[in-house]
Design a protein around this ligand. Structure first.
Ligand SMILES: Cc1ncc(C[n+]2csc(CCOP(=O)(O)OP(=O)(O)O)c2C)c(N)n1
Length: 279
């Protein structure tokens, strides 16, 4: 079902808050993988505020949907949305990635409520998602597994092994979303290790492919709603995004894959986010 104007406004407000939280946590931590957290901010927003069947008061609830952040370096984004959704006190994020904090740069599912798998070594999360989806089927459970994969991460052969098995086992209870921001750690994906024709590759592996604007809540909503209903093959949503989205000086700048901000830059980032979300 399409989203109405009110719901879209609500999601946009959540996304504005989420992006501001990411800037704040990055400032407190003295640095984080902010570029890729900003690119997937709208994806995480619609998942955590609309689609995921979860209960922050019961992080281990067996019937919950699962969400694996395969591009685990985006932990700053996941931690921000989990805190805001009420899994833990947001104030704890003041110690993000500090000595003795439960929050490392890559989140540990044994230490942070709401994290379904410890990730960070690229290429592993999707295999874990395949395992969870198979597990749900074997146990006759109705929960859905979502997996967010980086496009640079798709240089990892293990992503394609996972894709091959998801398709072989017809895992229609798995929804993969690729954050297609076209940048990775050290350059453009197409320069470092070309992915195109990317959608065709997923199709060749047996996936139903949806290509969308990953910052457009109407398109995200339609693609995810549809993926939840169509049941012939696993679905991948290739969400075209902008690395650093929302902060003018970070957008499409590879150097902001990982970055730190002094208070002046952080203030500038918050102003930029306000401007984008009020336009
Ligand atoms: C196995 C492995 N190799 C290398 C790295 C280092 N690394 C961290 S992020 C990154 C680039 C990932 O690019 P992408 O998936 O496009 O992430 P995004 O642009 O969305 O942040 C690399 C190579 C890693 N975490 N794991």
């Amino acid at each position: 079902m399409p989203i109405d104007k009110n719901e879209k406004q609500r999601l946009q407000e959540k996304a504005r808050q989420h992006r501001t939280d990411i800037v704040n946590v990055t400032e407190w931590a003295g640095g984080a993988h902010i570029g890729g957290a900003m690119s997937m901010a709208d994806i995480l927003t619609i998942l955590y505020y609309k689609f995921l069947r979860i209960d922050p008061a019961r992080p281990d609830w067996d019937e919950r949907d699962r969400m694996i952040l395969s591009k685990g370096h985006g932990g700053v984004g996941l931690a921000a949305v989990l805190g805001r959704r009420g899994y833990f006190d947001m104030a704890l994020l003041r110690n993000f990635n500090k000595f003795k904090s439960p929050f490392g740069m890559h989140l540990d599912c044994r230490k942070v409520a709401g994290v379904d798998a410890s990730t960070g070594s690229l290429g592993h999360g999707m295999s874990m998602a395949v395992g969870l989806a198979l597990g749900a089927r074997l146990q006759r459970k109705s929960w859905i597994t979502y997996c967010i994969v980086g496009d640079g991460e798709c240089n990892e052969g293990s992503i394609w092994e996972a894709a091959m098995s998801a398709s072989h086992f017809k895992l229609t209870n798995l929804i993969t979303i690729v954050d297609r921001n076209s940048l990775m750690i050290d350059g453009r994906t197409e320069d470092v290790m070309a992915l195109e024709p990317f959608a065709d590759k997923w199709r060749a592996f047996g996936f139903l492919v949806k290509e969308i604007d990953g910052h457009d809540f109407d398109e995200l909503n339609d693609a995810i709603s549809d993926a939840r209903e169509k049941r012939q093959a696993p679905v991948v949503i290739i969400a075209k995004t902008v690395k650093g989205k929302g902060v003018d000086y970070m957008e499409n700048e590879v150097k902001w894959h990982y970055g730190s901000m002094n208070s002046e830059l952080a203030q500038q980032a918050r102003r930029s986010i306000e401007k984008m979300h009020s336009a």
